[in-house]
Design a protein around this ligand. Sequence first.
Ligand code: IMP
Length: 189
Amino acid sequence: MKLKVITSNPGKVKEFQRSFEDMGVEMEHLHLPYDEIQTSELEEVVRKGMDEIRSKGVNDFIIDDSGLFINALKGFPGVYSAYGQKTIGNKGILRLMEGVKDRSAVFKCCIGCDIGGRTIIVTGECPGYILDSERGNEGFGYDPIFTHDNERSFAEIGVEEKNVISHRGNAVALLRERLISEGLIGPKN
Ligand code: IMP
């Protein structure tokens, strides 16, 4: 079984490959740009992206979309997380959060999988809080300002631990469960 991982980020292909190796699923990188529609829901971005990709005659693929949703900012930057990084960055988010008591936020990752004519969509979440300042040197994006345990930032915990508890790790685990329980993949041999 072969699935195309449609992304501009080769790191994601490796992550999927590692998570599905024991199922005999081969992941192949495909760079195919698609529109990310303007909506407040990751699942809608993924659903529309899948329709567009299928309309180009491509099947058996995976796409994903992630974001950080801050409750006090009514879900911002959310689906605009990549744009938020490019524009105001972590410093801008911290400025918006100055003096704000409710620091709760959630990282979400939505994965869409087209497989054997079926559509499976799962969303993994990782709840936490926005810190008062940037901390740590690892990771990327909003990692230095997000904490899941109210102690260490995502940029301080290291990639191994992050993969186990993160929104993306959870989404990949959910996708595995769904594909296995629906008989679409099974253990190698
Ligand atoms: P993507 O959809 O996975 O490319 O994520 C969109 C944007 O959300 C990224 O450009 C990052 O700014 C942010 N983001 C997603 N996942 C993470 C994460 O694990 N840590 C920090 N920022 C993230």
